[in-house]
Design a protein around this ligand. Structure first.
Ligand code: ADP
Ligand code: MG
Length: 150
């Protein structure tokens, strides 16, 4: 079992959010799914970069490109492969999610999966995930809640 820190955290800069996610990424040692929710600019991608860094992935590679919905990060030295999904641009609903191949990705034995905009999953349920909710408290302050869902 991974010993992923959970609870509510307050961060006061992008670096602090990155550092929190980095510690979570470092703790991962089995396939894990993270559902990152929060408004545009909340810090979901910053958090995804931190998780990547904790898996020994170059955080500069983890971003939200305009046309790609699923990004795979893997290679020599990477501790576990990371699938980073940004569902912002899909209309949502189970059919579109099936088309992305998410079922196959979820079946991979050694993958970490980070999903931005999980609201778009619609009825496509992902059991046993970590829910990360990021709220902008004003300025550079964010509330970051990390909870395991059954
Ligand atoms: P999202 O993916 O949720 O749309 P991003 O991670 O792309 O958001 O962007 C978050 C923006 O907010 C970045 O410009 C980042 O520098 C800024 N920011 C300021 N304070 C924080 C914080 N405490 N945590 C995360 N990001 C922060
Ligand atoms: Mg983003």
């Amino acid at each position: 079992m991974s010993s992923i820190p959970t609870g509510q955290f307050i961060t006061r800069s992008a670096e602090e959010t990155f550092e929190l996610a980095y510690r979570i990424g470092e703790a991962i040692n089995e396939p894990t799914v993270f559902l990152l929710q929060g408004d545009l600019g909340a810090g979901k991608t910053v958090f995804a970069k931190g998780i990547g860094a904790g898996l020994d992935i170059d955080p500069a590679e983890v971003n939200s490109p305009t046309f790609t919905i699923v990004n795979l990060h893997d290679g020599p030295g990477v501790r576990m492969r990371l699938y980073h999904l940004d569902l912002y641009r899909i209309a949502g609903g189970a059919n579109e999610v099936y088309d992305l191949g998410l079922e196959e990705i979820l079946a991979e034995p050694e993958a970490v999966i980070v999903i931005e905009w999980p609201e778009r999953l619609g009825g496509f349920a992902i059991p046993n995930a970590y829910r990360v909710a990021i709220d902008d408290l004003g300025g550079d302050e964010r509330s970051v809640s990390v909870y395991h869902e059954g």
